[in-house]
Design a protein around this ligand. Sequence first.
Ligand code: CP
Length: 350
Amino acid sequence: MLGKNKDPRINDDWSIDDWKLLIEIAKDLKKKFKAGVPHDYMTRQTLFMLFFNDSLRTRNSFEAGMTQLGGHAHFLDPSAIYKPALPGEDVPYKTERIADVGRVLSEMGNAISIRIYGDPVEWKYAKGHKIIQEFARWADVPLINMEDDIFHPCQALADWQAIDEHLNGKYEKKKYVMSYAFSGGLKPLAVPTSCVLHTTMMGMDVVFARPKGFELEDSIIARCKEYADMFGGSFEETEDMEAAFEGADIVYPKAWAPRDALVGPWNNRTVPDKELANKLALQARGWICDQRKMDLANKNVKYMHCLPADRGQEVTDEVIDGPNSICFDEAGNRLHSQKALMTAIMGKKE
Ligand code: CP
């Protein structure tokens, strides 16, 4: 369980009991929110939110969530402060060492949350994660990962709640498909990574569908296989989106970047190749979630997406606005599940 010896700051390696506890708290907080029952458990607490990337859901769910809990979420724009820097990246009076920023903010608030991936870290895979780890190393308060270039644990938590609610708590052995879907934009690998990790931990039968070139890191795939063995589900990969959709209970078609276009441990690049990323994405233009593919799945299949969705590329309007879509309830659960997370890890300083 979440406790003194558990480091909740990066929260990509919590136990099944930790996550299940949070889902129960989240469901309770959702009921209270819908019924207008006050739940201001975090009066006078401050969450610092450092966003290196755009956000609609993450920023507003944390900000509204803290208000509803009686505290305050403070937005920090990296371009309006001395840019937090790793050792060796200092620029006099322009940057400030993460070691110093983390300790200063810890003196003033109760948690620090960070989003960082993509252009701010030059698409160097895992650099955003390294920056969050550096904050966690120095901060005396919990660190919340609001999405880096490997993980998006808050999204996976909200998704877990949505799956639990829409499958009435009976999600073990249900077929879950995380599938690539075409987009003209370059998106990080964090959502598919966190989602396949969590759903294998949930004991679901997970199918990971993606064209060649859109693989996840080998160690993530290995962990999914371990979780499938450990938690009684299964995990398989395919390059066939339609075969993956057959008989599915949940489909989650979304875009991410082809990993060979990024700067990563699997290649010798020093800069990302955005032309290659675009070329590989265009080759996968047929990977759209439309009604024809939805009809291959179970009648009551649920369509999920972390949002924002690229309509007309990743998904048709008919599907995202249709009766099988639960993506807006899923987005709403960002509020409830992150409130659960904050009540569980914030509070007195250790
Ligand atoms: N899904 C998600 O993280 O949304 P935002 O990018 O709007 O925060």
